[in-house]
Ligand binder design. Structure first.
Ligand code: GCW
Length: 657
């Protein structure tokens, strides 16, 4: 039975065809390169070719026919790049370093699985970003913050003794899409993750992930050196309680520095290739250097110096919104971090959410992108659908990542300074390049609860490898490898996925209004709670004035965008209510008034899910029964919840119309 467990590595017999015959010819003989990853490469190929082609490959030393892997001298391929070429008899996979073979193998399997012609391959792949990271917000009790697919994957209590096969399948999945780093625990960090007992558990996971070229990182609690409180329970917000023996976590205190040095040495003695730390500090109640009147620079550099001798890095999050900094929450992070540009040590990275506010269904790109020329800045995208319908709504996030973020032209170096160019180091140089995604997986059988949520995980990985990879190819590769290569399946599923982000925004967060859901759950309608606190609404108008006449948030952007966002007539309508307070009577590009358009747009969520139910039913005979029923059930749930949301929105806004 197909349960979705196999994800996109859903190797199933390909239909008979000329392509299949040629794949069988190539796949029958394989020579491995003699790399560190030979063992897992062999296993994956055996598994894939057996299932896809009913071929049991023979592994040989040297071969004139078949798949031949060998090292080459092209240094430009770096640590992870590879070349795949083919002629009539042979496919050659070449790499300069070991990991290239691992990634090249998964690429080759994908080509076979998706039915690409294999005869004239000429592929050269080098990842655009060196750090391709998944953040898991998993607590030590196993719950996942903003996770909607069951408990966290790591069974902390059973580790390090019990190693579940699922850990290996997880690593395969990540490696297959190019992920090479995982942060194992929640950034709302329990200090106990750094205790020796937990480090042994972490080391056990690292031993598995290493086989797939994945490094492990941890999110430490900044107050870890402080002694545990005897009076206070360790709760969600740790309030400066640690696991050490000190009275302070002041980063300039030599004892604190020594505590971290020792701790880091201990970590590396267990995990020699440990990646480093991801830190949430002075944000939402988490401890940080400012508790001791020190700066983010002091905090980050102190940790960086402990990690430096081992080659580790610090990822310091910029998600801060201290109300003392500015009345407008959207301005706070930039105001705190932009002035610190250039002051961080060379192994420090800042990790910044794509949007300014907080993972909303739609919001403009964070203006720090382009404004930090001397500090590596990694985007943090959210794969888990915290504000985008959890694992209930089918919302495909790739169009959002592309449109509102990667394709956004910051104009920091004139036209063409898009976020994707900046993060790939093309606009100005950067010491480190990378991208992080907050994971959406858990222990549910199909990993993500909703079968279609797997697509967001997949798309993130492919984007992190190459932010310019086309939406079209990522999407169709996912559909073909997860479902099947049938033309109708491909077309119908594509039609289901592609419009979902836009319709979700229209129905839930129109024109980037801002927070619209309840604070308690980030899911159900919360207009009453948020209105006239987080955004303005009256009988005359709606939206927040962030122009030069309002909060002046627009001025954090480079001039070109500042002027556009500042002007009511030029501001993209997608962002209208984030930048402007707009009369309900305002005439939109459609010719309708804002009131009319707003109202009819609210219905688009329901319309889309109705269409999707019809589309899904139309391919019933193409889909295995278990997944077919499960998706249908999800769509019905989405339909019910979307109707409730719509009704709440209508009730709320009607009082102003
Ligand atoms: O959006 C908010 C979430 C918190 C999260 C925080 C963050 C990990 O509601 O659950 O905490 O962002 O990103 O730090």
């Amino acid at each position: 039975v197909d349960t979705g467990y196999e994800l996109w590595m859903n190797y199933k017999p390909l239909p008979e065809s000329g392509l299949k015959q040629s794949a069988i010819r190539y796949g029958s003989h394989i020579s491995l390169p003699g790399s560190r990853y030979d063992e897992v490469i062999r296993k994956e190929l055996e598994r894939a070719l057996k299932a896809l082609l009913t071929v049991t490959p023979i592994f040989v030393q040297d071969n004139a026919v078949g798949i031949q892997m060998s090292f080459c001298k092209d240094k430009g391929l770096g640590e992870e790049g590879y070349i795949i070429r083919s002629g009539k008899k042979r496919i050659t996979l070449q790499a300069y370093s070991d990991a290239g073979f691992l990634y090249g193998t998964f690429h080759l399997i994908r080509l076979i699985q998706c039915g690409y012609p294999l005869e004239q391959l000429n592929i050269k792949e080098i990842p655009a970003l060196e750090f391709r990271m998944i953040n898991h917000w998993v607590g030590l009790g196993g719950t996942v913050e903003r996770g909607y697919a069951g408990k966290g994957l790591w069974a902390w209590d059973d580790l390090p003794k019990k190693i579940e096969p699922r850990y290996t399948d997880y690593a395969r999945a990540e490696a297959s899409i190019g992920i090479n780093a995982v942060i194992l625990n929640n950034v709302n960090a329990d200090p106990r993750i750094l205790g020796h007992d937990y480090l042994e558990k972490v080391a056990a996971l690292a031993d598995i992930f290493r086989k797939y070229h994945i490094k492990v990182y941890l999110a430490p609690n900044f107050a870890a050196p402080v002694k545990p409180s005897t009076t206070k329970d360790v709760g969600k917000q740790w309030g400066g309680v640690g696991i050490g023996h000190l009275d302070t976590a002041d980063p300039l205190n030599p004892e604190v520095q020594k505590w971290w040095m020792d701790k880091v040495n201990e970590i590396y003695s267990l995990i020699p290739d440990f990646g480093g730390f991801l830190v949430k500090a002075n944000s939402e109640g988490m401890a940080g250097p400012q508790d001791y009147h020190r700066s983010h620079v002091d905090g980050a550099n102190m940790l960086a110096r402990a990690l430096k001798p081992h080659g580790g890095i610090v990822l310091w999050r910029t998600f801060v919104y201290n109300p003392e900094i500015d009345k407008d929450r959207m301005k706070r992070s930039y105001k705190e971090f932009q002035p610190l540009d250039g002051q961080f040590d060379e192994n420090v990275v800042l990790q910044t959410k794509n949007g300014t506010l907080d993972f909303q269904p739609s919001e403009p790109a964070q203006p720090l992108f382009g404004a930090m020329r001397h500090t590596p800045l990694f985007p943090e995208l959210q794969i888990t659908q915290e504000y985008l319908g959890r694992s209930v709504s089918l919302v495909y996030l790739l169009p959002m990542w592309r449109k509102t973020f990667l394709d956004f032209d910051t104009y920091c170096n004139g036209k063409g300074s898009t976020v994707s160019n900046i993060i790939a180091g093309k606009t100005f140089p950067s010491r480190m390049l990378g991208m992080a995604g907050v994971g959406n997986i858990g222990r549910s059988r199909n990993w993500t609860a909703h079968h279609f949520a797997q697509a967001n995980w997949y798309a993130f990985g492919r984007l992190a490898w190459n932010p310019e990879e086309s939406t079209e190819s990522i999407t169709s590769d996912w559909i073909k490898s997860t479902w099947n290569c049938d033309e109708a399946t491909l077309e119908v599923i594509r039609q289901m996925m592609m419009p979902t982000w836009e319709s979700f925004v229209c129905a839930h967060a129109p024109y980037s209004l801002g927070f619209t859901v309840k604070r308690e759950d980030h899911y159900t309608a919360g207009f009453e709670q948020r209105a006239n606190k987080e955004w303005h609404v009256s009988k005359e108008s709606i939206g927040t004035d962030r122009t030069t006449k309002g909060t002046n948030y627009v001025s954090q952007y480079f001039k070109y965008n500042k002027d556009i966002f500042n002007s009511l007539s030029q501001c993209p309508e997608l962002y209208l209510l984030c930048f402007h307070n707009v009369p309900w009577s305002h005439k939109m590009k459609s010719g309708k008034s804002l009131r009319e358009e707003f109202k009819s747009n609210l219905k688009r969520g329901i319309e889309q899910v109705d269409v999707n139910i019809g589309l899904w039913k139309s391919i019933r005979n193409k889909i295995d029964p278990v997944r077919y029923e499960e998706v249908l059930e999800s769509l019905y749930k989405e339909q019910r919840d979307t109707k409730v949301f719509y009704q709440a929105a209508l009730n709320f806004f009607s009082q102003y119309w």
